[in-house]
Design a protein around this ligand. Structure first.
Ligand code: NAP
Ligand code: GDD
Length: 362
């Protein structure tokens, strides 16, 4: 039985990956942070009871307290677990927040990656343990080529992107220096019903559901023109695994090859809850009006703009499709929005108390 260690197991990707690997017959170990509030929701509550028993009561699933910034802790855990595969998904993953916490983002996203690679090396596991690093399309930032592929030069635009560049290169450096199977998945944006609520897609689907059910009046957004290559997280975790099963340690771009604007995403999400939007005005004056009622349901608030923006991201998944046999369009953009809205309509329907204000949301 193969053993996998997942850092960031409580996050969107970590929770899907844990399920995926358990189904493949792995013994799965996950690192969770000590928190004063409950942080294992994605590992339990979102699953149906039947599924929950697969994960929570699974004798092959083990959680360990830890933090990737604590080198002693990760070295001990890796030494005890002796994993065949490590998926380093732990990160301060919010781009806007990285402008407020650049130092912390550096500690987790850059130094945290080094701590894991160095632990594998010090423990003499370089021949045994394969390491997957969660790299990102944010590395391309101010894009130097469209679409972006494995050879496109990087130009990060945020403390997050800059910290992740260190993670990318140190992973490649350990591969070249110590002959380790250490690889980067350069993943473009991927979303799901488990997406954190302050990322734009989830912020929109939750708001659309709440507005449709009379529990919220308006959605405040930042840059509506921003373009992203949005895929479905469940499809993307499969690719993480495929990258580690490949015969050669190589880096891969994972994307759908399609790009849509934030405005388009909002349009479609509102359509799914039965609200047709008409967009009027430009720039910070732009508004989304409910055609049926004339009410303003979307407004632009500059506080959601970023000091430096990544205007567009579009990936070229040819290498992953060709060498890994991965299907980049298994879930279409339309299906992704539909899945997320359906889940949030249900969640909001069950909400008794609705938070008074939503504009703290980044
Ligand atoms: P996420 O939902 O924000 O999850 C991040 C995970 O990292 C959480 O489990 C979090 O724990 C954990 N974490 C944060 N700081 C940590 C620390 N110091 N030590 C240990 N664990 C820590 O992110 P995601 O969307 O699943 O993304 C997974 C990874 O892929 C991240 O590295 C992200 O940067 C990268 N990525 C994501 C995308 C995307 O579109 N989703 C695209 C490209 C790359 P808590 O639950 O305790 O906060
Ligand atoms: N979060 C947020 N909130 N973003 C908004 C809003 C808003 O109210 N309004 C517009 N946007 C725009 C952002 O300015 C950005 O251009 C785009 O929507 C997407 O923002 P996010 O959903 O926060 O994601 P991201 O692209 O910045 O980062 C995500 O994808 C990266 C891969 O490209 C994160 O998951 C990163 O961890 C990941 O590496």
């Amino acid at each position: 039985m193969k053993k996998a260690l997942i850092t960031g197991v409580t996050g969107q990707d970590g929770s899907y990956l844990a399920e995926f690997l358990l189904e493949k017959g792995y013994e799965v170990h996950g690192i969770i942070r000590r928190s004063s509030s409950y942080n294992q929701e994605r590992l339990e509550d979102i699953l149906t009871e039947e599924e929950a028993s697969v994960l929570v009561n699974n004798k092959n699933f083990h959680l360990h307290y830890g933090d990737v910034t604590d080198a002693l802790n990760v070295t001990r855990l890796i030494g005890e677990i002796q994993p065949d595969e490590i998926y380093n998904l732990a990160a301060q993953s919010h781009v806007r927040v990285s402008f407020d916490m650049p130092g912390y983002t550096l500690d987790v996203d850059a130094k945290g990656t080094l701590n894991i690679l160095e632990a594998v090396r010090i423990l003499g596991l370089t021949d045994k343990t394969r390491v997957y690093q969660a790299s990102t399309s944010e590395l391309f930032g101010k894009v130097q080529e469209v679409p972006q592929k494995e050879t496109t030069p990087f130009y990060p635009r945020s403390p997050y992107g800059v910290a992740k560049i260190y993670g990318f290169w140190i992973t490649k450096n350990y591969r070249e220096s110590y002959n380790m199977f250490a690889v980067n998945g350069i993943l473009f944006n991927h979303e799901s019903e488990r997406r954190g609520e302050t990322f734009v897609t989830r912020k929109i689907t939750l708001a659309a559901a709440r507005i449709a059910q009379g529990k919220q009046k308006k959605l405040l957004l930042g840059n509506l023109d921003s373009l992203r290559d949005w895929g479905y997280a469940k499809d993307y975790v499969e690719c993480m695994w495929l990258i580690l099963q490949h015969e050669k340690p190589e880096d891969f771009v994972i994307a759908t090859g399609e790009m849509h604007s934030v405005r388009e995403f909002a349009d479609l999400a509102f359509k799914h809850v039965g609200i047709e939007i008409e967009w009027i005005g430009h720039g910070i004056e732009e508004k989304g009006i409910n055609k049926a009622t004339g009410e303003i349901v979307v407004e632009v608030d500059p506080k959601f703009f970023r000091p430096a923006e990544v205007e567009q991201l579009l990936g070229d998944p040819t290498k992953a499709r060709t060498l890994l046999g991965w299907n980049p369009t298994r879930t279409s953009f339309e299906d992704l929005v539909r899945i997320m809205v359906a889940a949030d309509m249900m969640k909001v329907g069950n909400e008794d108390i609705v938070k008074k204000t939503f504009d703290y949301v980044i």
